[in-house]
Design a protein around this ligand. Structure first.
Ligand code: NOJ
Length: 554
């Protein structure tokens, strides 16, 4: 356990049960009309987020980048992409968020830089074995002429994780070839990321989201260990003893213990959340109090619409978080996955990549069911102890834009998989703010991804003040959540063996109850004052695909 910093302010734990809203900056709001969202655009819409009732705003990368991977290919960790603004714009955005009572979380991408980063350019210009090359992972190839990659490791985006440079060596990239992996055995790399944490913390940033936290430290001892060319996404079961050469190695925790020391020098201490796609029991290790504090729990977003499976995952996440001394986290949508209003519109087990390739036509989505379930799932998530991470546009009930034409696609997944997967652009389509107008109020100069005509009716303007709209549901839920918030415990209310298969009824210490009907028949409403419902309640009953919040005596 770390020693608490002296004189910590009262809100040192603000993040433990915060609602954090993810902004994908290029798709949020475009102030200068170039078709690309920017930081002044974000600042201009902060009052909307305050009115929504979120505690914090997390911004996906806005750093200089060639956008080989939507900004997760960073040229310079301590600057702003000129197309998105300046450091002064970042300062203004942070200051305005604080004025409005919201915290700011920024993304840090430590596994890889972009190939335009000054260090990578220096590495390419330097000979094999040089200190500049040692900041990345360069190796000679296999075979008599070194023309085969140094190992059979695959990139997340398809193809080998190695690319050859003109002098014959190869460099490692677990993602696109424009994203060379850092060598975390290199002390300069470690120091540089501490400098980045200080840089943004000094500018007033309140926390960090840590990209692919589980991949930093690798077993790079020779000979490199082949793992059978398995695509990393197919590794559902990483070893639980940290023995995989690339992912979730035990040494990575030393890195985050160093980070925590730096984050704790600030008052309040800066928060951090790990993106680590590992099993629950290993994931919470990243969230220990002397490390990052939180780790994203993605289990709910991969579950089918099932009371039992939601309950199992909720229990597992809460108990694992409690053991680690962390707070739990919940996510239903983000910039990497099909939006939940569309996932729940599809039959269980739908292959989402195939569905996207079919432009969202096969199987045909049941959009009403999708939105009903999405709203019910959101109310359930917001009633759980811990932090809820919302993704921009889910408060409008936006569906995935599944029919983006091939020529519009920007995600490297499209090209790298030889057009076998469309990738993640469908959840990154710029937000609709107004019913009409150029790009529905996103900006004056069109949008970098085409928006469907249906976005007008889903815009913030069209839903503002409209009873029963998804936007008003989120606003009411977040306002109530603030009033009702309790300690981090949860009690299940047993509905009996039959109901248990389709009902989730939970209660928080303040008497705040939430009941979700996952079944296909209405059920009698449990006792309590109805505070909010995700859909209409009829005749004292809770219809299918609906969540209701109740006030009961605890
Ligand atoms: C996870 C990010 O969420 C994703 O968008 C990105 O492509 C990879 N990490 C690589 O940085």
């Amino acid at each position: 356990m770390n020693t608490p910093a002296p004189n910590r302010t009262a809100d040192a734990d603000w993040w433990r049960q915060a609602v954090v809203y993810q902004v994908y900056p290029r798709s949020f709001a475009d102030a200068n009309g170039d078709g690309l969202g920017d930081l002044p655009g974000v600042t201009s819409r902060l009052p909307y987020l305050q009115q929504l009732g979120v505690d914090a705003v997390w911004l996906s990368p806005f750093y200089p980048s060639a956008l080989a991977d939507g900004g997760y290919d960073v040229d310079d960790y301590r600057d702003v992409d000129p197309r998105l603004g300046t450091l002064a714009d970042a300062d203004a955005m942070i200051a305005r968020a604080h004025e409005l009572g919201m915290k700011v979380v920024v993304d840090v991408v430590p596994n890889h830089s972009s190939d335009r980063h000054a260090w990578f350019r220096e590495a390419l210009a330097s000979p094999p074995g040089s200190p500049a090359r040692d900041r990345y992972v360069f190796r000679d190839g296999r075979g008599p002429d070194g023309s085969r990659p140094p190992s059979d490791w695959m990139s997340h985006f398809g193809g080998p994780a190695w690319t050859r440079v003109p002098d014959g060596q190869w460099y490692l990239h677990l993602f696109a070839r424009e994203q060379p992996d850092f060598n975390w055995d290199n002390q300069e790399v470690r120091e540089d990321f501490l400098a980045t944490l200080r840089f943004w913390s000094d500018r007033g940033v309140d926390g960090f989201r840590v990209d692919v936290a589980h991949a930093l430290t690798k077993d790079l001892s020779e000979p490199l260990r082949d793992y059978g060319g398995v695509h990393p996404d197919a590794m559902t079961e990483l070893p639980l003893d940290g023995s995989h050469p690339l992912f979730d190695r035990d040494e990575v925790h030393e890195v985050f213990r160093e980070w925590r020391k730096v984050l704790d020098t600030y008052d309040p201490p800066r928060s951090a959340v790990a993106e680590a796609w590992v099993t629950t029991s290993r994931r919470v290790l990243y969230a220990r109090p002397d490390e990052l504090g939180q780790a994203f729990n993605f289990e709910l977003l991969v579950q089918p619409w099932s009371a039992e499976q939601f309950r199992v995952e909720i229990d597992a996440a809460l108990s694992a978080a409690a053991v680690a001394g962390a707070s739990a986290t919940w996510v239903l949508s983000n910039h990497d996955v099909v939006r939940h209003a569309s996932r729940y519109a599809l039959p269980p087990g739908t292959d989402l990549d195939a569905w996207l390739l079919a432009d969202g036509g096969t199987p045909e989505p049941d959009a009403d069911q999708g939105l009903r379930r999405a709203r019910a799932a959101t109310l359930l998530m917001l009633a759980l102890p811990g932090s809820a991470y919302l993704y921009q546009g889910e408060e409008l009930g936006l569906p995935e834009v599944a029919d983006l034409p091939a020529e519009a696609l920007q995600d490297p997944i499209w090209e790298r998989t030889g057009h076998a997967q469309k990738g993640r652009d469908g959840c990154r389509v710029p937000l609709p703010w107004t019913r009409e107008g150029s790009s529905f109020g996103f900006g004056d100069g069109g949008a970098w991804l085409p928006q469907p005509a249906s976005f007008g009716a889903l815009s913030a303007e069209a839903q503002d003040g409209v009873e029963g709209s998804t936007l008003e549901l989120y606003r009411s839920a977040l306002a109530l959540r603030r009033q009702l918030q309790a300690d981090e415990s949860l009690q299940w209310v047993d509905a009996g063996p039959v109901a248990r298969t389709h009902l989730l009824h939970l209660r928080r210490a303040t008497g705040w109850g939430s009941v979700t009907n996952f079944g296909d028949a209405p059920v009698d409403l449990p006792e309590g004052e109805v505070l909010l419902a995700s859909g209409p309640l009829t005749g004292g009953q809770l219809p299918p695909d609906t969540t209701v919040w109740l006030r009961t005596r605890s």
